[in-house]
Design a protein around this ligand. Sequence first.
Ligand code: HEC
Ligand code: HEC
Length: 322
Amino acid sequence: MGIMKNYFFKIILVALLCQACSPAKKEEAAADAKPDSIWVKPSLYLDTELKGEQRKLVIYGEELIAHTSKYLGPNGSVAHLTNGMNCQNCHLEAGTRPLGNNYSGVFSTYPKFRERSGRIESIYKRVSDCMERSLNGTPIDSNSYEFKAIYAYMQWLGKDVKKDVKPYQSGIKRLKFLERAADPAKGKLVYETQCRSCHGENGAGVKDANGIAWIYPPVWGNDSYNDGAGLFRLSNFAGYVKYNMPFGKSDVNSQALSDEEAWDVAAFVNSQPRPSKDQSADWPNKSKKPVDFPYPPYGDEFSAVQHKYGPFKPIADFYKKK
Ligand code: HEC
Ligand code: HEC
């Protein structure tokens, strides 16, 4: 009888555990990678250890990520450093959304070596990169109260993440390469049916009534990210858009676009005009350029067009063999 009781208890326990783990399982399938660690955004309300000046910094840091242009944009109240976009336009929910280019893995993985600059980069350097490229502006002063706040916020977001661990669903998830080249003409149709209603006929976005922040941020043109930005590479754009756009319709669990549509719309948007950045000092080791980096020189014989639109697999295979 004792044995039977024990046995039933075990069955119930297993059933309960499976219930508890099934939502996580579903996400794992959606993201199709093994979770190293699932990150949960810390809560300002529950974190009673965060006090005084440090708490003020974290709160201001979150505000700066969400409403960058109000403080640092062309009409910013603190400085005029950026193009009017908000960090949050690309790092959704102030950099906390799963697969929404979140910051959960920043504090744990920086400083780190990056091929683009060919050196070890601090969080300061990485933030400045996005300011110069994604926000087509100038770097923030490393001693400013604003940078201290952004740093404190990223540190707080990553406070429970072990050193060198990149949490599950941090950053952008890249899609599998297509067998063919991404097609701007097909992408134009995707843009017209799925994106234009918000981002506008000319990709120029829509500003709020005060003209300070974007309701719908620009995806090309003078006010958009420049050609040195991460999103200018098709793999980043496609991965970001697949899990986050159309806004409100796509997330980790359900996506409105197929992979093909995401690659094609990436090709269309990134073939439109945008500001240009001098990148001659980038990628000192040419053979470490990402396969989808559109500007020569390369460490291979593939054309610039193939490096921009693909097919990328032959290029990736070439480097694998080397
Ligand atoms: C136009 C889109 C865009 C905007 C706006 C933007 N970023 Fe980024 N950011 C990116 C992309 C793309 C990446 C690269 C993500 C990847 O490689 O997984 C990135 C990466 C980063 C990283 C490194 C993340 C990591 O896990 O390695 C930091 C830190 C960062 N951005 C900070 C900022 C800050 C601060 C701002 C505002 C001042 C900002 N970004 C604005 C697109 C943007
Ligand atoms: C319902 C409105 C809506 C639709 C439709 C939509 N977006 Fe967005 N998109 C947004 C909003 C809002 C943001 C900024 C989110 C924020 O700041 O929290 C955004 C941000 C972006 C960004 C990063 C910021 C930038 O401007 O570079 C890209 C890229 C983007 N969208 C591409 C697309 C693509 C491609 C489609 C079509 C497949 C699309 N969006 C459809 C509302 C929309």
